[in-house]
Write a new protein. Structure first.
Ligand SMILES: Nc1ncnc2c1ncn2[C@@H]1O[C@H](COP(=O)(O)OP(=O)(O)OP(=O)(O)O)[C@@H](O)[C@H]1O
Length: 487
């Protein structure tokens, strides 16, 4: 039977598109779930844990669990009181040395049901606990009795709490208390008797916060393949069978894994109406899914090829891209792959920038100029194509090429020239000529973007202002013409 655990020891890895098949809704474990097996150790849940997928098991603090397998940061467990089996984070559970009956102390802050002497020491000696932290646990050697464990500086002292036939409890013979609360109250007050102050109950380190962006793959269904790029395939899909989304399935073999998590963190922090919004990620196991908003009209390059748009419409789209890029500029984020194919179109000619930040994740050999055709040479500034010095100024160069694409309705730049010829010509000072469909003031903006000296190129902020003012002037002119027609 196929393992649910991948070689990196992370959570379930069923990675092919078959992940959405019915068999994965109820996973088939490869461990033996026979509850009669006496060999599986007993654990107790230290925190509440809510399962995030069908492969995980929800537990409540204090639940007793059989643990069948330890897998990286997870254990495969079953509640003693239930039949389902699933993953629980290993730091949410602790091993119990013996089976103990549950009793009325269950919800008190200082009672830690079923933990061993060793586990008590580990907890009390770890932050945020300090001198004087204490807990009550079940005695390992005398069933039905308890132990008091107290942190004393860097050590832990343990005191047996015995039970009289009438149920009262004592640490010192002849000094019994009717309840644990009263016993603790006495030794809190008179701590010198045991030479260990009872300052505050042991606390558990807060478990790592749940990443709200991380979703189980089973929540997504793939419906239609939209395209394929350097990073893998893009699919139109549904989240929980209702919300339309775009799902990028990353080929991780081509990724610099160590940078990936960092870059995804960056993407989570970006929010702007002209940037494609990240909705969620499935980054545990492979392949990684990046889930974003779905743009119904596809990429700008194909859109331009299909539509007859007015100059004012084209200018509006160029302004929207400049707006999104100004936001990235403020955040000091370099796109590296700005081109009409990476702008997506939605309703009402809304344009949004996609794939920001992802280009740098490709392995160097894929991104290099030598031996690979994947670098978009015709969109890339000469200093980036030749020396890989990417900057916001090289993005400005690419934006100039994007303007060319927009005002030629999607024509390929340097048509008829190879990548190598393009680099040679550009280095010698050649620039694309003004397309007949492009107003001269827009062409002047393109030339500004293609300055050989990167420092002389404008900022996105300046470009946005410039293009907005051209747009406003044209829009006013258009309004005047319309007025004349109807007068
Ligand atoms: N959020 C989305 N909504 C709708 N369509 C999308 C979305 N993201 C991508 N697409 C479509 O999928 C195609 C492939 O996208 P992808 O970003 O993988 O490749 P690319 O942009 O063509 O190339 P590159 O790998 O250089 O970025 C796009 O051209 C676009 O048509």
């Amino acid at each position: 039977m196929a393992s649910l655990v991948n070689s990196r020891g992370s959570v379930p890895d069923n990675c092919s598109l078959g992940y959405f098949g019915a068999d994965l809704v109820s996973p088939q474990p490869d461990w033996d779930p026979d509850p009669a097996l006496p060999t599986s150790p007993l654990f107790v849940a230290l925190y509440d844990f809510a399962a995030r997928s069908t492969n995980e098991l929800s537990v409540s603090r204090g639940d007793k669990l059989r643990v069948y397998k330890e897998v990286g940061e997870y254990v495969v467990a079953r509640r003693l009181s239930g039949k389902s089996i699933g993953y629980v984070p290993a730091n949410y559970v602790a091993k119990i040395s013996q089976e103990t009956p549950s009793h009325h102390l269950g919800t008190t802050p200082w009672y830690f049901s079923g933990i061993s002497r060793h586990e008590a020491e580990r907890l009390l000696l770890s932050p945020p606990n300090e001198h004087g932290s204490f807990l009550i646990r079940d005695s390992e050697s005398s069933k039905g009795e308890y132990s008091l464990s107290v942190r004393n500086q860097a050590k832990v002292s343990h005191f047996r709490i015995c039970k009289c036939p009438d149920g009262s409890l004592y640490v010192q013979k002849g000094h019994a208390f009717p309840s644990m609360e009263e016993l603790l109250a006495f030794y809190t007050e008179n701590w010198k008797v045991i030479q260990s102050p009872l300052v505050k109950p042991c606390v558990l380190k807060t478990p790592p916060e749940k990443d709200e962006w991380e979703r189980p793959r089973s929540e997504f269904t793939l419906r239609k393949k939209l395209g394929e790029g350097n990073f893998g395939e893009v699919w139109e899909g549904l989240w929980r069978n209702t919300v339309p989304v775009a799902i990028k399935i990353i080929k991780q073999a081509d990724m610099k894994a160590e940078d990936f998590t960092k870059e995804i963190q960056n993407l989570k922090s970006l929010k702007h109406e002209k940037l494609i919004q990240l909705h969620a990620v499935c980054s545990r196991g492979e392949p990684v899914f990046i889930i974003t908003e779905l743009m119904k009209k596809g990429n700008l390059h194909s859109y331009l090829n299909r539509k007859s748009l007015s100059t004012l419409h084209l200018l509006d789209m160029a302004c929207q891209v400049a707006d999104g890029m100004t936001y990235l500029e403020e955040k000091h984020i370099v796109h590296r792959d700005l081109a009409a194919r990476n702008i997506l179109v939605g309703d009402d000619l809304t344009c949004k920038i996609a794939d920001f930040g992802l280009a740098r994740l490709l392995k160097d050999d894929i991104y290099s100029t030598s031996g690979s055709t994947k670098i978009p040479v015709k969109w890339t500034a000469p200093e980036a194509a030749n020396y890989r010095t990417y900057s916001l100024k090289s993005d400005i160069w690419s934006y100039g090429i994007l303007l060319y694409e927009v005002f030629t309705y999607g024509q390929t730049p340097y048509e008829g020239m190879t990548n190598q010829e393009t680099i040679q010509q550009i280095t010698r000072g050649y620039r694309l000529p003004r397309p007949s469909t492009c107003p001269s003031e827009i062409y002047l903006v393109m030339l500004e973007c293609w300055k050989g000296n990167a420092e002389e190129r404008p900022t996105f902020f300046a470009l946005r202002e410039k293009l907005n003012s051209i747009y406003m002037a044209d829009a006013n002119l258009f309004a005047v013409c319309i007025q004349r027609i109807y007068q």
